[in-house]
Design a protein around this ligand. Sequence first.
Ligand code: GTP
Ligand code: SPV
Ligand code: MN
Length: 625
Amino acid sequence: MTQINKFIREKLDAKSLRLLEAVNNPSLHAFIEDAVRLTEPDTIRVFSDSAEDIALIRQMALNGGGEHPLKTPGHTYHFDGPNDQGRDTFSTRYLLPKDMELGASLNSIDRTEGLEEVRGFLKGSMKGKTMLICFWCLCPTNSDFSISCVQITDSPYVAHSESILYRPGYEQFKKLPPDGEFFRFLHSEGETDENGCSIHWQKRRVYIDLIADTVYSVNTQYAGNTVGLKKLALRLAIQKASKEGWLAEHMFIMGVRGPRNRTTYFVGAFPSACGKTSTAMLPGQTIIGDDIAYFRKRNGRMYCANVEQGIFGIICDVNPDDDPVIYKALVTPGEVIFGNVLIADGKPYWEGMGCEIPERGINFQGEWYKGKKDAEGKEIPPSHKNARYTIRLSALDNLDPQADNPEGVPIGAVIYGGRDSDTLVPIEQAFNWTEGIITKGASIESETTAATLGQAGVRKFNIMANQDFVSIPLGRYIQNNLDFADGVSNPPPIFSVNYFLRDEKNEFLTGKLDKMVWLLWAERRAHNELDAIKTPTGWIPRYEDLVPLFREKLGKTYTKEAYQKQFTIRVDKLIEKFDRVEKIYRDKVPDTPQIVYDTFENVRQRLRAARRQYGPFISPFDLTA
Ligand code: GTP
Ligand code: SPV
Ligand code: MN
């Protein structure tokens, strides 16, 4: 039994003391002691994995801890302040020691200076409050994927979110050797206003200490800035993975159903608010995860596991037609947290839900009525574009039976997507792993969304859709992805997808459920069951292979005109894209592997040759001929 320092003991109830004493880990105790001295809570509560403790966290969230009940049993709602509605990529920084180099494209601050600043903001931040200490696990427990974590927070909402999103980790933590590695998260919402929202959002900081596996987060509540195990842990995991030879990715994992009841596991990376959840929740398929995946190699095969056990998903345009599976889960009794939606009469409402929205209610900025304007004269929407729900995967009908397998599942195909209005076709298969990683993953550009603070709709480079979370030099990150296929006898095919292509009238060229057809086509390609059309940048579907999929799976007639518009190769746009991306590597990524430049040049040469033969727009029908 570990001796707990007297000044901490005095703040603990008997059960919490017992739980802490049972963990024999000096660095855990040192981390807690430091956090207590720094934030000065009145009381401290420690939670185990028991159902009783998990229920208590939820109860604390409802007793003034950031959540309120709704009419549907199990449903609650939470608001983040008007200036705290997305990830703050500006104030999220790596604490950079003097001898570490991350390159110009990663946001950092000198470690000594940053620690002083963030710890200054945390000083005394829990006075008069209860500190919660929770233990969770990234990925299934008892697996080579598992990483133990401790979260310290003064927000029961944050702890409750984690209890939904992550596997309990107290028992596993007890089994860690005394010098075992674990991730540490310290969060304080700071002072809050009458609505329970952080007042000092201008002093919001999320600082990542890579050498101590610790993340500090202060004066914020939005889960992307506070829930340690989500994107804060992803940043720590990418560095750990790089040292140990595995990968940590911003990816969903799903089972795609092929012919003869076959299941092929797909992983897919899309920037925030660009389609991971909507893809993983496609009707008729099964979900394993929707946001973060770890990859490991075993016996010449690639495996992946879901880091989470829940979804923190966007609740905008979720309706019975476009997202039937998600919609059903959100109107069924059970544990759901609704964040930043409109509340009226004890019910949640959001934009694009497919029914009438009340003209009054409360939302993220307080009382709301239709036509209400903000300080800048802009009309306030009823629910925020980045409003979110938090739900356990076990509440869904479409959970894959392998979701909690500690071995993970074999990776059958990889897809990379982005919000691209004018360049990429809806789906294309790369010629091989190396070209796929470089021309699909490492070349993603995507228009920004409400998931991060700042202007939306700006085209931005986003390597593997993981740009915001990469914590190693980008060149090394690409090399790690390339090397991951070493020793793999048959690496999975890599595809690019684009759900956001528009026509000259700015209308989307594809419907929201069309992605099912692209995936089912890719599933057959992964098993070498269909031929495809060769373009300068990869393989695209033949018209005749898509027609039956549209008819059988979506009950739609797929016209030649639609196909031609969607799959026309926009040669000049593609050349411009690779020019833009190459410039970023040349200007900002000094450790870019030479093969990246060579591949860009090869692909551009193929594009130029095709332009000479066919002109700047190539119809897919011309290529078949
Ligand atoms: P994060 O949770 O932020 O990582 O996002 P995500 O990648 O899981 O994004 P999600 O699937 O929730 O989609 C985000 C937005 O894209 C939603 O508002 C969807 O309605 C919209 N969306 C998804 N698929 C399509 C599509 O095929 N077409 C169009 N036009 N919009 C789509
Ligand atoms: C994202 O922004 O990619 C999300 C939501 O998945 S957050 O929790 O903010 O990271
Ligand atoms: Mn995400």
